[in-house]
Design a protein around this ligand. Structure first.
Ligand code: BEZ
Length: 235
């Protein structure tokens, strides 16, 4: 059975026509592999120029709707607790939301007192939503007031390596962010791919046809073929 599109209706065999509102909604649709643009912003730690601040580090850049909102509060509390893990992986974090700097600073102190943690990363005040619009964080059908929860993982050469978008009502899993960064760093070090539900320490996939000698040299282990096209190795 062929796929049916119910709206908008197009000529049979023609490329699907997007509604006008879709075509006008974003200027840049960020993609994995794009260089993340440089920008400057006022943050809770002063004025920040993105590339200068980020250079040579992995970056977790994330938007969230607003200061002093419940789900955002729990997200920042969890990130606060994970400073050592982010440091271990060489990752800087940068928040982005529409609330003014002064309000965010007060809110961060409140989070620190309540959860006995430390908000160790800066957060940009994107009043007016210029950056949120540019980075595709403004999804009017989810909220015409606030940016959604959008996350970018950016590598030390400022390339986007992963993105995900969560609705306003669902908080992100900080461990998942760290898991993906570990997988990407492993990929860069060894060329390995990571299977579904992979956790650090689990076997990995060799996605290429390198020799067994190379495998042993890189992973200090022999590989095993589960299927002709699925070759795994223990770390
Ligand atoms: C929240 O973080 O819980 C939230 C954010 C925006 C609107 C409503 C709730």
């Amino acid at each position: 059975m062929s796929i049916q599109f119910f709206a908008p209706r197009g000529k049979e065999g023609a490329a699907p026509r997007l509604p006008l509102s879709y075509r006008q909604s974003v200027k840049w649709l960020p993609q994995i592999g794009d260089i993340f643009p440089d920008f400057s912003a006022n943050t809770t730690e002063g004025k920040l120029r993105f590339w200068e601040w980020a250079e040579g580090n992995w970056v977790y850049l994330f938007s969230h709707p607003a200061a002093r909102t419940p789900v955002c509060t729990t997200e920042l509390g969890e990130l606060g607790d994970m400073q050592d893990e982010f440091l271990r992986l060489g990752v800087k974090a940068l928040g982005l939301t529409a609330s003014p700097v002064a309000e965010q600073i007060e809110w961060h102190r409140e989070i620190e007192r309540t959860f006995d943690t430390r908000v160790w990363f800066p957060s940009a005040a994107d009043e007016g939503g210029t950056l949120a619009t540019l980075f595709g964080m403004q999804h009017a059908k989810e909220s015409d007031q606030w940016p959604i929860r959008k996350s970018f993982i950016i590598d030390p050469t400022m390339h986007i390596r992963m993105m995900f978008e969560y609705p306003v009502s669902v908080g992100r899993d900080t461990n998942e962010i760290l898991r993906v960064i570990e997988a990407l760093q492993l990929r860069d070090r060894t060329g390995a791919a990571t299977p579904a539900n992979w956790m650090p320490g689990d076997p990995v996939i060799i996605p290429d046809e390198r020799s067994e000698f190379e495998v042993v040299r890189t992973f200090r282990n022999y590989s095993r073929r589960v299927l002709p096209y699925l070759r795994i190795v223990n770390l």
